[in-house]
Design a protein around this ligand. Structure first.
Ligand SMILES: [Zn+2]
Length: 684
């Protein structure tokens, strides 16, 4: 088949630096033929394993499964990359066609009785068959995963479960595409100079360029987080802030072709049925059972413990904002579209610290070098930019990562926002590390920074800088992986643990070592002055009430929604009633309203799991205190090694709670989180 032989999606990753995807040759039309072929190959490999006449052993069953499906993993990884970064009409069609097929294929393997019988035999004998600790762990994880996904159900139940999963896959894709549709199809257009009141120059410039791109007169504020949040922070026009927020908060809820309400209702109905089939009280119970939390009650308990102090703090923040508004002659009560605007004013007044004063010190390129430098200090990594690697877009940078001259992996960085790229920031593994096949990891970090005019440095906000370090923490988790089996490698850990490496890496940004070397002024090259550093420190927990509350409310709603057995009200009604029950402050709206809550409705990875972030942050705060208390502080070499050996390199070869215990010497506690957020008794 000449077509397939020349298909760049299926082509082996060859070339220098350990090989790389042929990104420059891939087009949307290549994906479906490549996927069909990769599935056929994987299916044949699985059939051979399942039909083996020899008695099941670790080698002929679990290890054989780990070796199988390489092409399939390659194709799905590339498909995910193009769907999230180069999403044109062609890719949208690929996603729609592929989603139910992928779901069906996953179930075909998970529901293969002969295969499961062999897995169970290896699992039953795991303690007595001379397996290594990692092999026993693989037996545990594989068996649990198969059971969790319905491998032990009867044929009729499996059939129904597969139907549900296929339908859900389609709904998840539709949900994501609707959000992208509203983000790309809607925008706030400004036509008069007066509409620009309060906006900083770089935002005006970006808005002008967005207008030019769309062939519109004036200025365009795109309906994305990276444009809307700065607009609502700086626009002095209350009427326009209100309009902007309505647009932003209305994504997926506008009643038109991109409305997600019917999708949400159907998703919940199917999830309820799925959880019941799998023998769980609710979808939330099914999800939690596979996480570190184990039960939704344990997760909810943490959320509720933090909710009260967060809301109390938000109340104090509102009072301060109200005073600033009054001094400016406004007696309007603070509304959700005012929060960011007055919050920024309070910050300037109280801490003499403005985003705009910090920004000239936050050059994207320098901060990238800073996070590389820290990884060098902590883990002996070195980064060298490669200019001979194929990329799917000229914005993408590629680096080789080495230790003592030996290649650790390759790291891609896709910086900038553009049409067809989903909003937010994320990490993905193009290729997961594994010793079994002897391959090094290929990792990508993605963000949506606003490009600077030609010749100007890209300046980012403090929170963008935090995000940069955050995603790089995920990247390091993938790069530093040292596992034998790909299923256990890198970031394939439980979801409420996976944010530990990323959130922890954020803590290196504000260290004096990083700020003095890499937070340098874009014109003068001077490091950030100590007075500014001090102010940053003092303002560290500024607006923490707001940020924690807008997050917690989403996490609580997510859990409550997925605890519903049946007869759930429609999403709008549920949201309204749940917020009333919760006592949501009227000045704050959800960070993600249900109609665009992509974490929980565009797939299952964070469904009933938005709590993961704060669960992992309790671990993070505890781990950060370990660094703060150690002799070498955040650059303590010995502690960095403990972190590497017990957390960053082990992937899922060690159970999450055990990994943390080995690092910290004890279980995690909530107190460090309360202290870190300024909610502790002593800080009141
Ligand atoms: Zn993360």
């Amino acid at each position: 088949m000449p077509d397939l032989a020349d298909n760049p999606v299926l082509a082996p990753w060859t070339g220098p630096h350990g090989g790389a995807p042929a990104f420059d040759r891939i087009k949307a039309v290549h994906f479906m033929p490549a996927l069909d072929e990769a599935m056929a190959r994987y299916r044949a490999e699985i059939a051979t394993i399942a039909a083996n006449s020899a008695a099941p052993t670790f080698a002929n069953t679990l290890e054989a499964m780990e070796r199988a499906g390489q092409d399939y993993r390659q194709v799905t990884s590339l498909m995910g990359t193009f769907a999230s970064t180069m999403n044109d009409e062609g890719m949208k069609a690929v996603e729609r066609d592929a989603a139910p097929k992928l779901a069906a294929f996953g179930d075909e393997i998970l529901h293969n009785r002969a295969l499961f019988d062999r897995i169970r035999a290896v699992y039953d004998a795991r303690a007595t068959s001379g397996l290594s600790a990692e092999q026993q762990r693989l037996a545990d994880v594989t068996y649990d995963d198969f059971v969790r996904q319905g491998a032990a159900l009867d044929p009729a139940q499996k059939h129904r479960l597969a139907e549900i999963n296929q339908r859900l896959a389609t709904l998840y894709t539709d949900f994501s595409q609707n959000i992208l549709g509203d983000e790309e199809g809607q925008a706030l257009t400004l036509t008069a100079e007066a509409d620009l009141a309060g906006l900083p120059d770089d935002l005006i410039e970006a808005a002008a360029s967005a207008a030019r791109e769309r062939g519109v007169k004036g200025w365009v504020i795109a309906n994305t987080r990276s444009s809307m949040e700065p607009f609502m922070t700086f626009s002095a026009r209350r009427d326009l802030r209100e309009k902007a927020l309505a647009l932003w908060a209305g994504r997926g809820d506008s009643g038109g072709a991109h409305d997600n309400n019917a999708i949400i209702a159907e998703v919940l109905k199917l999830r309820v049925e799925k959880a019941a089939l799998l023998g769980h009280d609710s979808f939330a119970h099914w999800i939690a059972a596979g996480q570190m939390a184990k039960t939704p009650e344990a997760a909810m308990d943490l959320l509720r413990q933090v909710w009260k102090p967060a809301v109390a703090r938000a109340g104090e923040e509102v009072a301060e904002m109200q005073a600033v508004a009054a001094a400016e002659g406004s007696n309007e009560p603070i509304s959700p579209w005012d929060y960011r605007y007055y919050s920024e004013k309070v910050r300037q007044a109280k801490y003499d610290l403005s985003n705009e004063a910090i920004k000239p010190y936050l050059q994207l390129d320098k901060l990238r070098d800073g996070m590389f430098w820290a990884a060098g200090e902590l883990f002996d990594l070195a980064f060298t930019q490669l200019h001979d690697m194929p990329v799917y877009h000229p914005d993408v940078q590629v680096y080789e990562v080495t230790r003592d001259g030996a290649r650790v992996g390759v790291w891609y960085f896709d910086f900038f926002a553009r049409a067809g790229k989903r909003s937010g920031a994320w990490m993905s593994e193009y290729r997961t590390q594994q010793k079994l096949a002897g391959v090094t990891p290929i990792i990508s970090n993605n963000s949506n920074f606003i490009p600077a005019p030609p010749g100007e440095p890209v300046l980012i906000s403090w929170s963008d800088a935090v995000t940069l370090f955050h995603e790089f923490g995920h990247g390091l988790h993938g790069l530093l992986s040292n596992a034998t089996y790909p299923s256990l490698a890198g970031t394939s850990v439980v979801r409420d643990f996976v944010e530990l490496p990323s959130q922890l890496y954020e803590r290196w940004l504000p260290t004096p070592q990083i700020l003095s070397r890499f937070a340098v002024h874009c014109r003068t090259g001077e490091p950030m002055p100590q007075t500014l550093v001090d102010k940053l420190k003092k303002a560290e927990n500024f607006s923490q009430g707001f940020h924690t509350a807008e997050y917690l409310a989403c996490a609580i709603l997510d859990l409550e929604y997925h605890l519903l057995a049946d007869k759930a009200p429609d999403a709008r009604t549920f949201e309204k009633q749940a917020l009333e029950r919760l006592g949501m402050p009227r000045e704050i709206i959800l960070r993600h309203r249900l109609p665009h809550f992509a974490h929980i409705f565009s797939g299952e990875s964070y469904a009933s799991g938005y709590y993961n972030y704060i669960w992992a942050d309790t671990l993070t705060a505890d781990a950060a205190e370990a660094f703060a208390e150690s002799p070498g502080g955040f650059f303590d070499k010995a502690l960095a090694k403990t972190l590497l050996d017990n957390v960053l390199s082990v992937g899922n070869t060690v159970e999450a709670g055990e990994a943390f215990r080995r690092f910290r010497g004890r279980d995690h506690t909530i107190e460090p989180l309360m202290r870190a957020r300024g909610f502790a008794e002593t800080d009141a």
